[in-house]
Design a binder for this molecule. Structure first.
Ligand SMILES: [Cu+2]
Length: 847
């Protein structure tokens, strides 16, 4: 049985034509960026005008030369002007860095830091029986083809990665791929539909050095194929560099480490701080796995899988002939399965609903015309609600993302909105910007809240409800930090402010300002958590906000530097009347961080990881960019925060390993069912890049010391726990344990993106142990734990079991208000640019 909102609603999914924005609408230039252009561009334009006006004083030839020079100058200026705007604009899905031209969205792409070799390059050596074929649809208009068994191509290169691009169609057969003399893969180049410029083989995990790629026509084919063709269109090399030493402990202040290629390090390595002496205090950091699509957003969906959601860009993993933008990642085998996604999820948010369905909400437009590769279809993601139904089995073959904007969409466009599950099991969609861009401002602000499914709040009838708080917190207020509190209200922090929002009565209670001018939301990104909730103090909520920046958020980008220091501050407040009266209690992290992730461990301690010591979020906006990154000085060593320890003794990096992978803008971290912390992502780039700081696909696993301990194991855990329901299950407790210190916790690992951990939660449950039977009371109500999926963990002497997935509550869909849905659909449009798109439909090159 599936607990699907869609099915309950009886909405039929039909292929729908969807919207696109006109070029005028697609690009947002923040005011600061206009100023930048004025400062650097227009002044020069004036001087060139003066040259033109004074031409009549010179001879005709001189005048002609000057006209030509002026034109060249003006043209150069125009290009510069356009480029500087393009670099600052929102992601449009198509323009590659350094180019203003639309490019066809095939898999072929040459990221910065890589080098492409065309099929006609003299460095590619072919055996006999290859022929050269010419067409504008091939890379550099040529391709080499062979149908002869045993015919081969060899290519020797120095680097860390290699990609083979070619074509697939009904006449293609199977190739054997060798790297350094060993068969590494059999590549079946058959496809029913003709696809150009496909990535047929890729390996980014080569040790830095000299390697040889060999592609051999195997002479075999699948039954359906009408031929044995194999072709080579291009080979792309990731140059890479010698990997940074592995276990260097970062000194303070942080030094920049030249980490410039996503695939330079050996595929597996363990980093262990030598200072850690006893195994019980030893953390380990292992790099294993590759997300295939960049991990901008991630949520654990089952005991074996996580969903990874990115934006539209040239990821190595492909689907339907174009790069994939979402994937399922196997937490155990590290296998990746691409997911087809219609709309651009660039900077979306997400949450599970009470029925276990995951929704991914908001995004960015996809703007250019030349992108209708395969079935992707150029869908504007700004109002997107992407549905991912529960997918709990190890076999994820049938799991997919569903979209239908004609029936399912938000009422208003949102980019950088926060999405969280609230006490009735629905999703609150909070704030965001009306279109892509950078720092928010009054013209792009969407200072409202809406719900999925839509609700009628004080007469809203499904439409967005205004939040004055999000007006008052401009400019730096995107991706608000929000948590559902144990009385059903919502804590919201944005910029330097905070409030408690009663969504049912639509009333705001303003809280004391965050001390010392620290801003904590995008692009001055800090992070926040609701600290573990315990029944002993009646679940008194306490909020922790860490990192961010004190940079003036009214400054234009050219007055902000990637070297401006981030904040070291953590602010903590108990959200009771007494706690609010006492205000924020301030503590200092050992190192400044922006874009940090805070992960609650089953032990109730908080792992702070990722981020930069200087700069702010985003790319292409500030001065002293590193590559395109607005931030620098990656913080490579995590720090552990113990909220229960006395003030002054809460932070510790003792025994914590140091990484050599920068995790900056668009990186994530989450707890996984095994108890290990998954760390992935980082991509301060418009599109995939292999230069500093490049697009990071490598996954790291940070194992707390308990991973190496004798751990309790759980048996017969029920699949569902109702509110106030008492359930029993079995636990095997290690014989060495005292059995006296046993706790049961219910956790939400959350949906992680942009340092937002809005759904992360740890609730201690009332429990008792009798022999090997644990008796547990479900959480009192949906305020304490919003109904929906959760993870049960038993801790014995602070050593946690693996987490077991449970459905908390009744597992049913959140309440569906048909009238509110119909009102949203009748009052809003999602497909208004559809006709424009149809007119400019790219002519495909199918044979
Ligand atoms: Cu983003």
């Amino acid at each position: 049985m599936k607990y699907t909102f869609l099915h309950l609603r009886g909405v039929e999914l039909q292929a729908s034509r969807v919207s696109r924005m006109s070029p005028e609408q697609n690009t947002l230039w923040p005011e600061g960026e206009w100023l930048k252009c004025r400062k650097y561009g227009l002044r020069n334009a004036h001087s060139s005008l003066r040259i033109t006006v004074s031409l009549s004083l010179f001879s005709p030839l001189t005048a002609f030369k000057m006209v030509v020079r002026s034109f060249i100058f003006l043209f150069t200026l125009a290009v510069f002007f356009t480029l500087s705007l393009a670099a600052d604009s929102a992601w449009n899905g198509h323009t590659t860095p350094g180019s203003t031209k639309s490019t066809r969205f095939t898999s072929y792409y040459v990221p910065p830091g890589t080098k492409s070799y065309d099929s006609s390059s003299p460095l590619l050596h072919y055996s006999s029986h290859w022929k050269e074929v010419f067409s504008s649809t091939y890379v550099h208009k040529s391709v080499r083809i062979t149908s002869r068994q045993g015919a081969y191509m060899t290519f020797t290169f120095t680097g860390t990665g290699v990609e083979w691009f070619g074509n697939t169609d009904k006449h293609h057969g199977i190739a054997k791929v060798y790297v350094d003399g060993k068969v590494v893969e059999h590549v079946d180049a058959y496809s029913f539909k003709t696809l150009r410029q496909q990535r047929l083989y890729w390996n980014f995990d080569l040790p830095y050095g000299k390697h040889t790629l060999k592609i051999v026509n195997s002479g075999t084919k699948r039954d359906e194929s009408r031929g044995h063709k194999i072709d080579v269109d291009a080979v792309v090399i990731t140059k890479g560099s010698v990997p940074a030493p592995a276990n260097v402990v970062q000194t303070s202040p942080p030094q920049r480490v030249e980490q410039d290629d996503a695939f330079a390090a050996p595929s597996d390595f363990a980093l262990t701080d030598l200072a850690a002496s006893s195994p019980s205090s030893q953390w380990t950091l292992t790099q294993k796995g590759n997300t295939g699509v960049h991990a901008m957003q991630l949520a654990v969906i089952s005991e074996t899988h996580a969903i990874v959601v990115d934006k539209v860009e040239h990821n190595p993993l492909t689907i339907n002939g174009h790069p994939a933008w979402a994937a399922l990642y196997n937490l155990e085998t590290h296998a990746v399965k691409p997911l087809s996604m219609q709309s651009n999820s660039f900077c979306a948010g997400g949450t599970f609903l009470s029925n276990g369905t995951l929704i991914n909400v908001g995004g960015n437009p996809v703007v250019e015309d030349h992108t209708s590769a395969a079935d992707f279809g150029d869908v504007d993601g700004l109002q997107g609600v992407r549905i991912f139904e529960p997918c709990d089995s190890d076999n994820v073959d049938d799991c997919k993302i569903i979209e239908n904007h004609s029936r399912i969409r938000m009422a208003s466009p949102r980019w950088y909105n926060t999405v969280l599950r609230i006490s009735d099991g629905s999703a609150m969609v909070l704030g965001g910007s009306l279109k892509g861009g950078w720092i928010n401002n009054a013209t792009t602000n969407n200072p409202t809240v809406e719900y999925y499914p839509p609700k009628d709040i004080q007469g809203s009838n499904g439409m967005p409800v205004k939040l004055q708080f999000l007006v008052d917190t401009l400019n730096s207020n995107l991706f608000p930090i929000a948590f559902s509190l144990p009385d059903g209200t919502i804590f919201v922090a944005a910029n330097s402010d905070a409030m408690i929002y009663d969504w049912q009565s639509n009333t705001e209670r303003r809280l004391p300002q965050i001390p010392n001018g620290v801003r904590i939301t995008y692009p001055m990104t800090g992070t926040g958590l609701l600290l573990p909730l315990v029944p002993e103090n009646d679940y008194a909520p306490e909020i922790l906000l860490c990192g961010g920046s004190t940079i003036d958020d009214t400054k234009p980008g050219y007055e902000i530097s990637s070297q401006d220091p981030a904040s070291t501050q953590c602010s903590r407040m108990v959200l009771t009347d007494d706690g609010i009266a006492a205000g924020w209690q301030v503590e200092q992290m050992p190192e400044a961080r922006t874009m940090l992730d805070a992960v609650i461990l089953p032990t109730g301690k908080i792992l702070i990881v990722n981020g930069a010591g200087t700069g702010i979020s985003g790319y292409g906006n500030v001065v002293n960019q590193v590559g395109a990154s607005n931030a620098d000085n990656p913080v490579y060593t995590p720090v552990l925060y113990d909220p229960a320890a006395p003030v002054g003794q809460r932070f510790s990096s003792a025994g914590l390993p140091t990484s050599n992978i920068a995790r900056l803008y668009h990186s994530i971290a989450t707890l996984t069912p095994s108890g290990s912390v998954l760390i992935a992502g980082s991509n301060p780039n418009l599109d995939r890049s292999e230069e500093t700081y490049g697009t990071e696909y490598r996954v790291e696993w940070l194992d707390p010391p308990y991973m190496a301990a004798d751990r309790p194991t759980l048996e017969n855990v029920p699949k569902k726990i109702g509110f106030k329901q008492t359930v029993q299950f079995n636990v095997q407790i290690p014989s060495s344990s005292s059995r006296s210190n046993v706790n049961v916790v219910l956790m939400d690992f959350g949906y992680v993106t942009h340092a937002v951990h809005a759904n992360s939660r740890l609730v201690y449950l009332v429990s008792s142990l009798d022999d090997n039977t644990i008796t547990v009371d479900g959480p009192p109500d949906g305020n304490i734990y919003p109904p929906g999926p959760g993870w049960l963990i038993v801790l014995v002497d602070d050593v946690p079991s693996k987490a077991v997935k449970v459905m908390v509550g009744d597992g049913l869909s959140p309440e569906v208000n048909e009238a509110a849905i119909e009102n949203v659909l009748s009052q809003t449009n999602a497909d208004e640019y559809d006709e424009l798109k149809a007119e400019h439909k790219f002519t495909d090159d199918d044979e």
